[in-house]
Write a protein that binds this ligand. Structure first.
Ligand code: NAD
Length: 728
């Protein structure tokens, strides 16, 4: 294999160019590590070589580690993982020491990382082991260590080196939050050493090598008397940092993310020992995290399967359906957001509302978002002008001529929607696909207003559109493959993540989130302490407790949905315990955050002050409170059983979509990898037992679906065991 090519110039400067042939972005594999090792050995041993430039043959440096390396290591068990990680440390440490005398720190060969663009994960950990990092001035480049986002942490020395380079406090956002920076920001933070014009990248690297002295190559932590910036844990300043960091991490993660905990341990314990021992501690903690089921599940859902869905894993095999001109009908909250993300992705957009002022307001939404971007230095004035120029705000349906996709986002009223469908279909060509952004109305019903029901589909965005990355695509009874492909190609164009589900009440995401909210409200009515309900949810990794969530989405919306559901379900509607609480709050005028009053009390500025004490007067708290795990089981099973039912009933057709959709759509405990991954983690048989107990105590809504009972009997799991990295 040749992932790295080697060239030596007349001045004795060797260039190792990383270029993985079959990929558009370099990723590190086991074999490539071996190759890098050999080539570094050869260069260090060759007296003709004065120094080495490590660079990339692509526009970016590297995207990170090939996850199959991690999968292969995991297959071998704990010792194999640990040994594999230590082997990586050995190679990087060799680069860092570059042949220098261990006592005098003299005689090493300078090694410079020259980064033309993005450098992520191992793509930054490797440069951090070099003696200098020079990056091209490339504003599109992203520099960082995003491992924590998929449930692991930088385990190739990145944690130990960054902390020793910058201090624990300064390194925290990069390690603990996976913060990515532009080269300029990375330079300002001290992650990289120098920025040069792209065309000067290699010449500057060479110049540095030829001028480097012995002292330039020695890392501070290899010098006598090294002191960690900001102090170690027993240093007065360091003490403050470490005590604060632990509290901060736990406040954010509630202790449910093994990676955050292990990272902190690696940093804390590593800070108190010599560098090589710190690497060993990092490796132990990394191994621990890698062997935890949470990291497998997170990598599977948030990386492998998310990407597979974005690349069209479930796309019907029809010709390319890239959208050229988009029509958005309804310029309210959703329509305005959809117009913005589409125009921002380069699409021409016609934004229609009933009157010109409303259409203009919709367009002004883009203006406001772009202005924010300008303030934060992320958007230029030219880019803003370009994006705005792509949006035509009008009331004139004839402007839709030439549109190949329509997304309708008018009021949630079947009559209004039907009128709009007819008007649009009269204005567009026969090939145009028509999508509705309805959140509650069945697609097959709305499609009755269409003369081309096979071209009618649901494209359900989440609010706020520019922030929420999930898009639920809903196939109605008559929807054809072309429409599904169009929707998927559109979602790819706007760089969001799609799931494709079949038509049913509330589709998938809302179907699962409503029982979560309802279970929380039900407990309030039973006399469970609301603080226990909210904290139980957070302690199991839900971003918002059910009561806060309903406050955010608004209580009157809850009332509206409850009334509509009751009308549709008739006698099948469950008991009214939830409605009683919701309707009472609505009658009291407590509509949630927007009215600055709901389950929570708010300040005039909209800050949550705490749970409203009026709740306790109406629903006195029981003296005997349930255990934390009972409350958590109720909250989690309310959601996951609904997800299993959606699968059983064919609304979901792919568990990968169920898991990815749950995390991106409503923030379902990301550490778990999603509802199906979570059920696999606890085991079907255990889940069925818990359901039995919950059913006996709280009612038939916790009855385990046949699918789950059957799996329990057969000892099955949703994912084939250890298929973590094969799904893609
Ligand atoms: P909104 O009230 O903010 O906007 C609706 C817009 O449609 C208004 O600007 C209105 O003037 C316009 N409109 C109404 N009738 C029209 C007509 N005949 N022709 C042209 N324009 C017309 O509502 P929204 O929150 O943006 O919701 C729009 C749709 O998106 C609804 O179907 C809703 O269920 C769905 N949805 C909403 C959310 C959410 O969180 N708000 C999330 C997902 C989906």
């Amino acid at each position: 294999m040749t992932d790295f090519t080697y060239a030596l110039d007349a001045d004795g400067v060797a260039t190792l160019t990383w270029d993985v042939k079959a990929k558009s972005m370099n990723v590190m594999s086991s074999a490539a590590f071996g190759e890098l090792n050999e080539k570094i050995d050869a260069a260090l041993a060759d007296p003709a070589v004065k120094g080495i430039i490590l660079t990339s043959g692509k526009k970016d440096f590297a995207g990170g580690m090939d996850l199959n390396v991690i999968a292969a290591m995991k297959q071998g068990g704990v010792q194999t993982v640990f040994d594999g990680v230590m082997q990586i440390h050995k190679i990087l440490r060799k680069i860092e020491r570059a042949g220098m005398d261990p006592k005098t720190n003299k005689g090493g060969k300078p090694i410079v990382a020259a980064l033309p663009g993005t450098a992520l994960g191992i793509g930054l950990e490797l440069p951090l082991a070099c003696h200098r990092i020079i990056a091209a001035d490339n504003p599109r480049a992203k520099i960082g260590l995003p491992e924590i986002m998929v449930g692991i942490f930088p385990g190739a020395g990145g944690t130990t080196r960054l902390v020793r380079k910058m201090g624990a406090m300064m390194a925290a956002p990069f390690l603990l939050e996976g913060k990515l920076s532009s080269p300029k920001e990375a330079r300002a933070a001290g992650i990289i050493d120098e920025i040069v014009a792209p065309e000067a990248l290699l010449s500057r690297a060479k110049e540095w090598i030829l001028a480097a002295t012995d002292a330039d190559l020695v890392k501070p932590w290899d010098e006598k008397g090294y002191k960690m910036p900001g102090g170690t844990p027993y240093h007065p300043a360091g003490f403050m940092t470490f005590v604060g960091a632990s509290a901060m991490v736990n406040a954010k993660t509630f202790g449910v993310y093994p990676a955050a905990r292990a990272l902190l341990s690696a940093v804390y314990e590593g800070a108190m020992v010599p560098f090589d021992t710190a690497l060993k501690i990092e490796a132990r903690n990394f191994t621990n995290v890698l062997m935890h089921p949470s990291s497998s599940a997170m990598i599977r859902s948030l990386f492998i399967n998310k990407e597979a869905l974005e690349k069209g894993a479930n796309r019907p095999a029809v010709a390319d359906q890239t959208v050229k001109k988009l029509g958005v009908i309804g310029a309210g909250m959703m329509g305005a957001g959809i117009a913005y993300v589409s125009a921002n992705a380069g699409l021409e957009v016609v934004l229609i509302d009933a009157d010109q002022a409303a259409a203009d307001r919709g367009k002004a939404h883009s203006d406001a978002i772009l202005d924010k971007g300008i303030k934060r230095g992320k958007v230029t004035a030219d880019k803003k002008a370009e994006v705005l120029a792509r949006i035509t705000a009008t009331t004139d349906y004839s402007a839709l001529s030439g549109c190949d996709l329509i997304v309708e986002a008018v009021f949630e009223d079947p009559k209004v929607k039907a009128e709009v469908t007819a008007k649009v279909e009269a204005a567009v060509g026969p090939d145009c696909i028509y999508a509705t952004n309805t959140s509650t109305l069945p697609i097959s019903g709305l499609a009755r207003a269409s003369i081309r029901p096979e071209q009618f589909i649901g494209i359900h965005f989440f609010s706020p559109v520019d922030k929420m990355n999930l898009v639920e695509i809903i196939r109605g009874k008559a929807t054809g493959d072309l429409a599904v492909a169009k929707a998927l190609d559109f979602v790819r164009q706007i760089r969001k993540t799609p799931i494709v589900v079949n038509d049913a009440r509330f589709f998938y995401a809302n179907r699962c989130i409503i029982p979560y909210i309802n279970e929380g409200i039900r407990m309030v009515a039973e006399g469970v302490d609301p603080a226990l309900i909210e904290n139980a949810a957070k302690l199991v990794g839900m971003p918002l407790g059910p009561l806060q969530l309903v406050d955010e989405t608004s209580i009157d919306l809850g009332v509206k949905i409850a009334k509509a559901t009751k009308l549709a379900l008739g006698d099948d509607y469950p008991d009214e315990a939830v409605d009683k609480v919701l309707f009472w709050l609505a009658d009291e005028g407590r509509l949630g955050k927007k009215s600055l009053s709901g389950f929570y009390a708010y300040s005039d500025k909209g800050e949550r002050l705490g749970l409203w004490d009026g709740l306790a007067q109406k629903y006195p708290r029981d003296k005997m409170q349930p255990s934390l795990s009972d409350v958590q089981n109720r909250l989690l099973f309310a959601q996951v059983l609904e997800a299993v039912r959606a699968l059983e009933q064919g609304v979901l057709t792919d568990i990968r979509e169920g898991d990815v959709g749950a995390i991106l759509g409503w923030g379902f405990a990301p550490w778990s990898g999603g509802p199906f991954s979570w059920l696999d983690m606890i085991g079907a048989s255990n889940a069925v037992d818990i359901c039995r107990g919950l059913t006996a105590q709280f009612g038939p809504r916790f009855h385990a679906p046949a699918l789950l009972r059957d799996m329990a009997t057969k000892g099955q799991s949703f994912y084939p065991s250890d298929a973590t990295h094969k799904a893609a």
